[in-house]
Write a protein that binds this ligand. Structure first.
Ligand SMILES: [Zn+2]
Length: 194
């Protein structure tokens, strides 16, 4: 029962550990998609208390300190706009995202691996320009051959994606685990563009 629940902001009762808040930038878009910008509930409460965020939606759960009572925020929006990072980190996930989780040789989706276009054995390096998502079948078929030797071609030339470009791609692949109050903020811009 919420009414019987007493705590302070410093302790972390187990029942509240799983109430993260979706953090929106001042433009009401998620601060980041990958990883999805989530704060532990304590951070969200603290930020609200410090007046750094506005609370957009709340959970039913209430936390109390000796002096105040607050419903745990499920969505908060920053009061000051944070300029998104320009540089895109070269990570496995971002590379899959760039390639839209699609094999760059045959276009299938599903279990993906990484393929060096110019094989490592031939001096190919691990970079945005030389690594693509590939299904196991295509990866095996290509092996350590060059594109020409393997008689294969790429659907598009791999390159470093821009941050905005990757964010837009990210909107097509929202994370699976979403609280219902987050959904509007994950999709609204995508729907406007549709
Ligand atoms: Zn393939």
């Amino acid at each position: 029962m919420d009414g019987d629940f007493r705590t302070s902001f410093v302790r972390e009762p187990g029942s509240l550990r799983h109430h993260p808040a979706l953090v929106l930038n001042a433009d009401y878009r998620p601060l980041s998609y990958y990883p999805l910008s989530l704060w532990p509930w304590q951070e969200a409460v603290k930020a609200a208390f410090l007046d750094r965020v506005d609370i957009v939606a709340e959970y039913d759960k209430v936390v109390r300190s000796p002096s105040m009572e607050i419903r745990i925020p499920s969505v908060v929006v920053l009061k000051d706009y944070v300029r998104p990072q320009k540089r895109v980190a070269f990570t496995r996930f971002n590379l899959f995202l760039r390639d839209e989780f699609t094999c760059q040789y045959c276009g299938t989706r599903g279990d993906l691996t990484f393929d060096h276009v110019v094989p490592r054995a031939a001096g190919g390096i691990t970079s945005w320009e030389n690594v693509v998502a590939a299904c196991a079948h295509c990866n095996l078929k290509k092996g350590s051959k060059s594109l020409r030797q393997a008689g294969m071609s790429l659907r598009r030339a791999p390159r470093r994606p821009g941050a905005e470009e990757l964010r837009n791609t990210g909107r097509k692949f929202p994370p699976n685990h979403l609280h219902e109050t987050w959904l509007d903020f994950l999709y609204w811009d995508a729907e406007l563009e549709a």
